[in-house]
Design a protein around this ligand. Sequence first.
Ligand SMILES: N[C@@H](CCC(=O)N[C@@H](CS)C(=O)NCC(=O)O)C(=O)O
Length: 230
Amino acid sequence: MLTVHHMRVSQSERVVWLCEELGIEYNLQLHRRDPFFSPQSLKDLTAIGTAPVIQDGPLTMGESAACIEYIIHKHGSGRLALPPSHPEYADYVYWFHYANGSLQPGVSRLMSLKSAGVDKDNETFKRYTTRMEQYLKHMDEYLAQPGKEWLAGKEFTAADVMTVFTLTTMRTFYGFDLSAYEHILGYLRRVVERSGYKRYREKGEDKGFYLMIDGPAPESFIDKVRRSKA
Ligand SMILES: N[C@@H](CCC(=O)N[C@@H](CS)C(=O)NCC(=O)O)C(=O)O
């Protein structure tokens, strides 16, 4: 049986959500941050020690995109991936890779600069802030087009599963503002209505955690910690 290791409030939400959308059987192992990074129980599983991790027979594997492709093709009969013959195949491949190739690194860079105490007026900070705005505007413009309800058009796919963490939960680590992106906000409202997403929130024990689908920037974890120490 497939085992999915999920660390609460982390990128591994993608894998739990995927399994719920596919409706496959899996064994869920929950981990909690200790206090911010991975607990020893996760560190022991892979060379890098980050979440997610999946186990399937002799296989133990991390890296969300790899876990998602593996599960779709080994356990999901290819569902939620689009085949090359599909008219929206290029959109599917593009947005699937955009998630961890551009969008997530875009926020991670800003989070790292902020946690290192770099000022927002710093040239590098400003350059990466502009780049992040470009990433979001690009996605917003795509979703504004007729027939682009999801990132691969009319069908919900794994490209959506890859992307939503960065637009929601990640905002607790770096609280960026989505107010200017009405089509992204509309998209997020559709996402959270999905029964698979609701089941992930329940089973992944992320339900008590504030759903970050509103426009204004939520207070980030870094700010909360600084405020509590002030
Ligand atoms: N590119 C990796 C990133 C994994 C990653 O950095 N996960 C974070 C959770 S959001 C983590 O485990 N952080 C804990 C740590 O670095 O100790 C993926 O997509 O799986």
